[in-house]
Design a binder for this molecule. Sequence first.
Ligand code: KIV
Ligand code: ZN
Length: 388
Amino acid sequence: MSNNQVIIFDTTLRDGEQSPGASMTRDEKLCIAKQLEKMRVDVIEAGFAIASPGDFASVKAIAEAVTESTVCSLSRALDADIDRAGEALLNAASGRIHTFIATSPIHMKYKLQMEPDQVIENAVRAVRRAHNLISDVEFSLEDASRSELDFMCRIIEKVIDAGARTINIPDTVGYAVPEEFGYTIRQLLERIPNADKAIFSVHCHNDLGLAVANSLAAVSAGARQVECTINGLGERAGNASLEEIVMALRTRRDHLGLETGIDTTQIVPASRLVSSVTGFPVQPNKAIVGANAFAHESGIHQDGVLKHRETYEIMTAQDVGWNTNRMVMGKHSGRNAFRSRLEELGTSFSSDAELNNAFARFKDLADKKHEIFDEDLVALVSDTRAAD
Ligand code: KIV
Ligand code: ZN
């Protein structure tokens, strides 16, 4: 894998499912996993095998059905969790155990009630145990963004020696800001003597709306795996959104110099599938996959796009799986877009006067209606002609 390739690790089926009300059946998860594989996601986190018999069955079914992506199960740093994850992944063409323990002072003291040295011991034991079951082991430092840098360096060096090949730095509570998060990643890569033996990953939550920005700061600083979800689904305010990360890397390749292996034309189908399975609608103004992401209403914008698409579009609708961009007819639309839409509908005007007349009626109607549909336009032109 080249050094400018970013691994896309999708956790829609694990962290995404932890979103209240988003739980999915085994068959629904299988269907989403097949779409993620079609989209060429590198790693699919299929679930948390020990969480329930249903989750175990889902991870196992996905591990057996998916051959082109690595299939991963989460596990705490506990023997029983790791063994259950290993069992679920037994038939995977390419499987990964992802084990984690919290490393921030607040989590160690109140949640784990462990001393830092005990946390290191548990982490090393967990990674060794996982590594005995499977060669591909990922280790996460839960609440890394509130952990001490020196402590993170100590634990990471030891888990790499124990066999971890991916080190994930989560911003578990969405607390980081981009410059600081990028600095942390850079420091870890510089200070840990065996850092070159592992791929550094990030996993950002969106509590301050910064999950994507933090992930991009991290890849600029040297991280080479991003954990994300379709539509940004996930705990609380969600995880970094896959579609935004992938399209930011692709659209700003000139600046970031990085790429992914994702087939971006599968993004909108994946978004629709996840939305229909979970019942979570996608807001219209959501970047990339919202219904308005490629819609133009104002006259100035419509005129610009009709003259040259790139005046107001930084990627094409087709690049991400929409059929086309959309000119929305409303009160801000201009005469040029009005005429162009009617020509597409098979109506042309015999004179400027006829166009002006119909356009004036359109503006009257647009003041009364949010959006004017094709049928409204056609009816309006025939009414204008009948009245003339
Ligand atoms: O947010 C988080 O810290 C997690 C870990 C389990 C990776 O989801
Ligand atoms: Zn998470």
